[in-house]
Write a protein that binds this ligand. Structure first.
Ligand SMILES: Nc1ncnc2c1ncn2[C@@H]1O[C@H](COP(=O)(O)OP(=O)(O)OP(=O)(O)O)[C@@H](O)[C@H]1O
Ligand SMILES: [Mg+2]
Length: 339
């Protein structure tokens, strides 16, 4: 551009043009430069956007494989059975679950334990027919789960996932959304909050159940992660569903709240199929069955006493936690004695 400008100046001097003409030519060169650079940056933006468009077209081209079943989910049901179920996420070669054979009985409680990435959440998502097994089948009372329509299955399930939603609504709506039929039934909402223990912190909020949450609202409050988690559990307790799933619901709860939730879980196990994913083995002692997943396979299955006796993975994980608690207790005791 500088070269062109120098050329323009030389031509102007040689042709004895006025300063005005010279300024016009130099400005014209500048404008040309800006226009060319704009065209180039627009072309590069268009190219970048085309890359995204390709992904969208690729997504839209995937044929819809899912067909909703015709049957109504049985209420009450008796058992859910995983038969030789293996699963890998589309586009990956690694099997996240391998040869899972297990029977989950109604009105029993199960704890799903295992290290991070062992396939616990994926197991739950298969159970809820959110994913289809790559191999094998899941049966509910002897009929393939894909034959039931999803909405009737979901009507029978309450679930709290690790990535639960924090709705920017007031507290009562946040809870009521768990069971739309009772969305405005404050008595039911308060009862569920009492059961989950959320009632205590709600009572201390400025407008109790009317308190608006999240900063989107003026005069609203935001909750701690543990309080949000209690609210999500309360939402799940609203619905009198036959299946209750809690995927690490107590990760951010304090020891007392965790104990209270677990006692609730214990009480419910006689009326619902309860499945709790947990890393805290203090919670697993009372459940009917503990399923230990390791690298996508069921390594051990049984009650707490049986698995401790087997001296396998569960027993060593349990011991590891118990030892650290004992060590902490011993240190605390030592501190108290030496104070
Ligand atoms: N959407 C996905 N696409 C591809 N792979 C996935 C996806 N979700 C999970 N995985 C893989 O599947 C494996 C099991 O994941 P999953 O979430 O079931 O584990 P988890 O046992 O629930 O772990 P955590 O204790 O951390 O919650 C992991 O190795 C993960 O990388
Ligand atoms: Mg998980």
């Amino acid at each position: 551009m500088y070269f062109i400008k120098v050329l323009v100046v030389i031509i102007c001097v040689n042709s004895r043009l006025t300063i005005g003409s010279l300024t016009m030519y130099v400005t014209a060169v500048d404008n040309l430069k800006n226009a060319v650079s704009n065209i180039l940056s627009l072309l590069s933006m268009a190219y970048e956007n085309c890359l995204y468009m390709q992904s969208i077209f690729h997504l839209l081209e995937i044929p819809e494989e899912y067909q909703d079943g015709k049957r109504e989910f049985p209420s009450p049901f008796e058992r859910i059975e995983f038969r030789q179920v293996s699963f890998r996420y589309p586009g990956t070669h690694h099997y996240v679950l391998k040869n899972i054979n297990v029977v989950l009985e109604a009105e029993h409680s199960y704890a799903l334990v295992g290290l991070n990435g062992s396939g616990k959440t994926t197991f739950i998502k298969l159970l809820l027919n959110l994913y289809k097994p790559t191999e094998g089948e899941i049966f509910v009372d002897g009929i393939n789960i894909s034959e039931y329509n999803r909405s009737s299955l979901f009507q029978n399930v309450s679930a709290v996932f690790q990535d639960f939603i924090q709705y920017p609504f007031d507290i009562k709506t946040n809870i009521g959304l768990g069971y739309l039929e009772e969305l405005n039934n404050l008595d039911k909402i308060i009862e569920a909050a009492k059961n989950s223990g959320a009632d205590e912190f709600i009572a201390q909020l400025p407008e109790k159940y009317e308190t608006r949450l999240k900063k989107e609202w003026s005069g609203s409050v935001d909750l701690s992660l543990g309080q949000w988690q209690k609210l999500a559990i309360t939402r799940a307790l609203m619905k009198p569903s036959a299946i209750l799933i809690l995927d690490e619901p107590t990760a951010s709860l304090d020891a007392i709240s965790e104990h209270e939730i677990f006692m609730q879980f214990q009480q419910m196990k006689f009326s619902r199929l309860c499945i709790m994913v947990t890393h805290r083995f203090v919670n697993t002692r009372e459940v009917n069955n503990i399923i230990v997943l390791q690298s996508g396979e069921i390594r051990e299955l049984g009650t707490h006493a049986e698995l401790i006796q087997q001296k396998g993975v569960y027993a060593s994980l349990y011991r590891m936690q118990a030892d650290s608690y004992e060590k902490e207790a011993a240190e605390e005791f030592h501190e108290k004695v030496t104070m």
